[in-house]
Design a protein around this ligand. Sequence first.
Ligand code: HSE
Length: 296
Amino acid sequence: MIYHIKVPATSANIGPGFDSIGIAWNLYLHIHVKAEPQKDDINIVNKNKINNDLFIKAFYETINYINKKPSNYTIELWSEIPIGKGLGSSASAIVGGIYTAEIITNTYLTLYDKLNIALKFENHLDNISAAINGGINICLKNEKEIYITKLPINYDFWGLLYIPDYYLSTQEARNILPQNYKREDVVFNLQKFGMLISGLLQKDENLVKMGLDDKIHQPYRFKLIKEYPLLSKEVEKYGKKIVLSGAGPSLLILLFNEQEALEILKKLENNLKEAIKGEFKLLKIEHNGITIEKFN
Ligand code: HSE
């Protein structure tokens, strides 16, 4: 028996939605699971450089939680998601590890069980929720509650990403944030986040654009991304705004028309190729979260 599991890349935050929202993209971690009755162990093979470590930890944590000896399998992993670039490579590995353990032990865990296991490895549900559900998700985690909910959005839109040629650790990008905020900054973000969600639900590009500003994390984090000033100035010429993808360093432009997205991609590549390193990548929303195909 063979399973092919795909977990999408994700962008968290999207401007004002710090630690609260995630979008899934059509870029994937692939997990190929093959039953090997003649072997006597589980063999995990890393086909390219991915967050193998996190996958293995989440996988065995789930196996221990299930407390059932699995049969023997070869598990091959390969990923299209760049590591340390703010595209949810860790979340994809954690989610992939948990679901793979569930499949090979033939066990059903509740979503709540899975979220609790995932939270042992990554304290932010924004990427995790989008990797599980696909589309756009809002997440909630406080002392009393854990919840994720997917927005009812069925149209396509695109994410034009600038992916720098260096890494940024989420921890570093969190350490520079203040412990406290002024009330007017919090209100600013609440209002912007409301506009963003309303705009996304109505497919109203102007409302989305109005809702992309943030005073909670981006003003601090943009300072870590040296290409930001140049890129944001260029993108302003096309009437667009840039947000961080997760904690960065990747930068994201949301676009609602494929033709326009392709044109802006071409302009950015032509106009900035001498000035900045790294790559531009055009991704499309992935409406499905983790998918599992079974072959006999
Ligand atoms: N919401 C997280 C952050 C995303 O901005 O730090 C990274 O997991």
